[in-house]
Design a protein around this ligand. Sequence first.
Ligand SMILES: Nc1ncnc2c1ncn2[C@@H]1O[C@H](COP(=O)(O)OP(=O)(O)O)[C@@H](O)[C@H]1O
Ligand SMILES: [Mg+2]
Length: 379
Amino acid sequence: MILPGATLGVVGGGQLGRMFVIAAQRLGYRVVVLDPDPDSPAGRLAEVHLEADYVDRQALDELARLCAVVTIEFENVPAESLEHLARTCPVRPGAAAVAIAQDRIREKRFLVECGLACVPFSVVHDRGDLSCALARLGGSAVLKRARLGYDGKGQARVRSIAEALAAFESFGSEPCVLEKLCVLQTEISVVLARGVDGATVVYPAIENRHRRGILDTSLIPARAPQAVTCVAVDAAVRIAGALDYVGVLAVEFFVSNGKLLVNEIAPRPHNSGHVTLDACVTSQFEQQVRALCGLPLGDPALLCPAAMTNLLGDLWTRGVPRWEAILREPRAKLHLYGKRAARPGRKMGHFTCLGDTLDEARARALRVRQMWWSNGEGR
Ligand SMILES: Nc1ncnc2c1ncn2[C@@H]1O[C@H](COP(=O)(O)OP(=O)(O)O)[C@@H](O)[C@H]1O
Ligand SMILES: [Mg+2]
């Protein structure tokens, strides 16, 4: 076990890294963040901020020298950097698991090998692959770059071969997957933590609503039938086992035509899991610290139902939002990530409303939103 007082490393300094730093420091650890941005949300809180690129060998060596163990805050850290770190310092989750999650082609193949149902797809390497792929998938599809996409970026809905070709070219003709466009009844995610010894704890399934490809609202517990959430939990546990995973893992699912389909996996705490900060005995970030350090995992139990709403940079278009709308609500919890520039689509913070029932939590969240709307478009 790596006990409090030790120094932990995290590659990436965004909001997920920041919430990891807060959880780690609360438990008495020191944290080193590697992120090229001099003003990164996590770097500003950490004891040490190594301001360098993720492939900078000198910085990686310094990180490994300073830290007892290293984790990541986003999946696009080059796997070679994690392999390099792993020569001198434990890295959790390991490079092999991250390499699968950061490449949609490898991820899909892995899911199929696990025997899990996922969205029908075709791999696209060149223009020639597109037309039969589109025909096979029924003419309406989503083209997704295999690498480096997030928050709906690097993907486009296409209904004709001309649209598909235009999208493929706009993605630099890089390898892609073409997915069937599904009619979604709902989306759910399962967040779990798996320890060095394989012990696994799973949070109740979370129900998610996206707007324009970006998570908007998460509800815990998901309202999907138990038969569906149980299958989702089993699938997530199976994925974690197959990856020999150590850390926090999130699996996103679609429910379409009554069927549960795996969408994608995230080798890290997940935006939907932010509800666990206020609604569960142990937050996903504390679990990340515990799994990383080989500590016993915490209780994932739900304290009360909750609804989480993301605060995107769009809210700032007319100046700083009126936080009173949230702060006036005693069972709402405001989280701001300390990002200075508010750009449309950028995740600036979130708030979570608690309730004795899920309906009560949802109604509270809606009330807060309506207070903004009545003050003019989200202000
Ligand atoms: N094949 C699809 N059919 C229907 N909706 C989709 C499909 N793929 C993505 N979406 C919508 O876009 C969101 C973001 O897509 P996702 O593949 O999860 O990429 P990201 O890495 O940006 O989260 C999904 O949560 C879902 O709402
Ligand atoms: Mg997603």
